[in-house]
Structures are given as structure tokens and as C-alpha cells.
Ligand binder design. Structure first.
Ligand SMILES: Cc1cc2nc3c(=O)[nH]c(=O)nc-3n(C[C@H](O)[C@H](O)[C@H](O)COP(=O)(O)OP(=O)(O)OC[C@H]3O[C@@H](n4cnc5c(N)ncnc54)[C@H](O)[C@@H]3O)c2cc1C
Length: 395
């Protein structure tokens, strides 16, 4: 187990937002060398059980206390104010060392930017620090049984009654929902206007009476998600994040700080391919030209993702729009994850049926659904990237 008490001087160079990418890289490398344990690295390889989760929460606290949980966050909120090059250096070092990021990843990467942009001073003071340290785990309640890709058609509702909202409805595919303390919840607050205009965002304590959380088991045997049921749940109006009925804008703010995050995708794939090629069975399999061709194909896919990422980071550095690059990277990542998972089975043969590669085969199925399905990303690419006519909308 890691020692939980942070040393007072653990932070190293003070994160004042002026450190260069190479300074950040060296400081992080030294810190990881001193603090990362094999148990922590292992615990993050799949959905953690209770003991691993506790270990990862401790790791999250340690990262936060040392200023390494969210380098892209502004210094005033506990980050390092890292620019794009610093963020990239951070991702490369963390990936290179197989170091997990904060366990409260949805809170830190997706919800915090929205709170920093739209939150009141009270909301920022109340939520950001425990979110950064993983003391309070957050989930995101967007999808419903009939509202996934078409998020704007969500039906869970909140009706204002005096100083409270009364929430009714259902959410699903709520990642970490069964572990979470809080949910960033999207609800319909005005059913009379165009569907994306009548949505609001609430910050809801999942221990509020009337909320039922049912874990969902997936093909991997894990329970990474939950369904949430709301029956006359009363929450104060102060839970509103951003203006009433402008939840769509709040939703679109996701990921606005962590702009180099797209590099995570090819870094993760490169590491996985290297891992596969280092397996003892790979040398024999690589004598087969058909296998070599598949390996080369995946290698080329990863290289294209890296160049695409570099191009979009360069556009960001110059303040230029990155167009449909995010969709292209997501599309390419999902497909390559699955190609690599299939290749591993063929390379390793029976050996793949045990351990992490068989887990990886089934876990890779989600890659073409989560965060925007393949078809939705193809639509975005067609419309934004190629300028094709917009998808017809049903009347
Ligand atoms: C690992 C994982 C984590 C997730 N975490 C969360 C979370 O934390 N919070 C949350 O709210 N949700 C979460 N989701 C849900 C995710 O956002 C949805 O699964 C996703 O948006 C797709 O919605 P859906 O499942 O309802 O499928 P649908 O939208 O019903 O789509 C079904 C099929 O139809 C296709 N399709 C839909 N519309 C079109 C179109 N216009 N053109 C062409 N094809 C179309 C889709 O591509 C798909 O193949 C998660 C999902 C996964 C897999």
C-alpha cells in the first residue's frame, strides 16, 4: 500500500503556470519515479474492485497534493496552468510510466471545466477541491434509454417548486454511477421550447432521497455503469449549474481545458501494440506474412493518429479551429482498438484466452460506442470535414 500522508515539499517546483513543458516533464518523471508503485499501475488496468478503488483514491489524493492530478486546471484551482505542450508532456510521461491519472476522471476532465465556466463562487468553492482529490466521485447523467446519440431528446424532468427542483425520470450508462457521490445531471426544465433549448444542468447529491442507483453489468463481467432512477427527488435551486434552460451550452463546455487530451488515444494504442509484440508468442506469429501485414496496418493507423494529433495541437497553438479532427481521432481510435484486440487473439492463440488479452477483446467493443458512436462520428466527418449535405432530420 502507498503511504497516504503527503510530504509538505512533495510538490517540487511551484506550479505557477509559467513552467516550461520540459521542466514539467522532468519534474513529473522524477516524482513518478519516487511515488508510483506497481500495485497502483496494475489497479488501473481494468474497472477496479473495492480494494483497488481505495488504492486509486489514495493515488488520486497523492497526485492532487503534489499538483499532478490536473495540470491543465488553472493554478488557483489546484492545477499547474499547463499550456498545450505541457499537457502533452504530462500525457506522454504518465503513459510512458503506466501511471493512472485521477480515479475521479469524469469529474476532473469533463465536469470541472463546466463548473469553472458556469459555476457560482459557492459551487466552485464547494466542489472543485474534493473533486480534484477524488474525495468525492462524480458521474455524468446524460444518456437515457431513448436519448443517447440524440441527447437533446432527453426526457428526465425537473420542475421548479418554490426553492426546489423536483426531478423525475431515468438515466442510463452512468459511468461510475454506483460509486459516485455526485452527478452532473441533465434534465428537461422547459418542455414547450425546441428540444435543445429547454435543458438545464443540475449538480445532484446521489444520496438525496428518491434516487435509486442500479449497477449494470457488462460483457466483461464488471459493473462500470449504473442506471439512475429519480422519483420526486427534491433538490435546492442552488444545484443549478449555469442559467436555467441553458444546459446545452453547459454540456458543450466539456473538455474545454484539457485540450491535448486527444493525444491520450494514440499513446494508449502504441503502448498496447508494444505490449503485444513483446509477448513470447509474437515472434513465431510474425513469421506469417498475413500477421505482419495486420501489425503494419495497425502501426500505420497509430502513426496517422499521432500526425493528426500533432496537426490539431499545432492548430490550437495558433488559435485556429480544429474542425472535425476530434471526431476523426475518436473514429480511428475505436476501430484500431478493435483491430488490435482481434489481432492479439490471432497472434497469441490459446494463450490469449486467459488474462488481460481476453478481457481486452470484450472490453474493446465499447470503443465504438462511448463518447459518440462510429456512425455519429462518420456523420460529423461527412458534414463538417467533407462538406456533405446535412443529415435529414425526421419531421
Ligand atoms: C463505456 C461507455 C461509457 C459511457 N458513459 C456514459 C456516462 O458516463 N454518462 C452518460 O450519460 N452516458 C454514457 N454512455 C452512453 C453513451 O453516451 C451512449 O451509449 C452513446 O451516446 C450512444 O447512445 P445509445 O447507446 O443510446 O445508442 P443510440 O443513440 O440509440 O444508437 C444506436 C445505434 O444507432 C446508430 N445511430 C444513432 N443515431 C444515428 C444517426 N443519426 N445516424 C446514423 N446512425 C445512428 C448508432 O451509431 C448506434 O449504432 C457511455 C457508453 C459507453 C459504451
Amino acid at each position: 500500500m502507498i503511504d497516504t500522508a503527503p510530504a509538505p515539499d512533495e510538490r517540487g517546483a511551484p506550479p505557477d503556470g509559467t513552467e516550461s513543458a520540459s521542466e514539467l516533464r522532468s519534474a513529473l518523471r522524477a516524482w513518478l519515479h519516487d511515488h508510483l508503485t506497481p500495485e497502483v499501475a496494475r489497479a488501473a488496468q481494468r474497472s477496479p474492485d473495492e480494494e483497488e478503488l481505495e488504492l486509486l483514491r489514495e493515488w488520486n489524493r497523492r497526485l492532487a497534493d503534489a499538483g499532478w492530478a490536473a495540470p491543465a486546471w488553472p493554478v488557483e484551482h489546484g492545477g499547474r496552468g499547463a499550456d498545450i505542450d505541457g499537457q502533452l508532456a504530462y500525457l506522454e510521461e504518465m503513459s510512458g510510466a503506466s501511471a493512472p491519472g485521477p480515479v475521479n476522471v469524469i469529474g476532473v476532465s469533463n465536469i470541472a471545466p463546466a463548473i469553472m465556466t458556469y459555476g457560482t463562487d459557492e459551487q466552485k468553492a464547494r466542489f472543485l477541491e474534493p473533486m480534484l482529490r477524488g474525495d468525492e466521485i462524480w458521474s455524468q447523467g446524460m444518456s437515457e434509454p431513448d436519448a443517447g446519440s440524440d441527447l437533446a431528446s432527453l426526457r428526465a424532468s425537473a420542475v421548479l417548486d418554490g426553492n426546489e427542483f423536483v426531478i423525475n425520470g431515468q438515466k442510463t450508462w452512468n459511468s461510475m454511477g454506483h460509486l459516485a457521490d455526485w452527478c452532473q445531471l441533465y434534465v428537461r426544465t422547459d418542455p414547450a421550447v425546441a428540444k435543445h433549448k429547454g435543458i438545464s444542468c443540475l449538480l445532484v447529491d446521489l444520496r438525496t432521497p428518491g434516487i435509486e442507483v442500479r449497477p449494470l453489468r457488462t460483457i466483461t463481467g464488471e459493473q462500470p455503469f449504473a442506471e439512475l432512477f429519480f422519483a420526486d427527488v427534491r433538490v435546492p435551486v442552488t444545484t443549478l449549474l449555469g442559467p436555467l434552460n441553458e444546459g446545452w451550452k453547459v454540456a458543450m463546455t466539456t473538455l474545454s481545458f484539457e485540450r491535448a487530451g486527444v493525444a491520450r488515444l494514440h499513446l494508449g494504442l502504441s503502448k498496447k501494440l508494444a505490449h503485444l509484440l513483446a509477448e513470447p508468442e509474437s515472434a513465431r506469429a510474425l513469421t506469417d506474412p498475413r500477421i505482419r501485414q495486420r501489425v503494419a496496418g495497425i502501426y500505420a493507423d497509430i502513426a496517422c493518429m499521432r500526425w493528426m494529433t500533432n496537426r490539431s495541437l499545432e492548430q490550437m497553438r495558433h488559435g485556429q479551429p480544429t474542425g472535425a479532427t476530434g471526431s476523426m481521432a475518436k473514429l480511428s481510435w475505436g476501430r484500431t482498438e478493435q483491430k488490435l484486440a482481434d489481432l492479439a487473439m490471432d497472434v497469441l492463440g490459446e494463450a490469449s484466452l486467459l488474462g488481460s488479452w481476453s478481457y481486452n477483446l470484450v472490453a474493446a467493443r465499447q470503443a465504438t460506442i462511448a463518447g459518440g458512436t462510429t456512425e455519429i462520428n462518420l456523420n460529423i466527418l461527412g458534414e463538417m470535414g467533407l462538406g456533405l449535405p446535412r443529415e435529414p432530420k425526421p419531421a
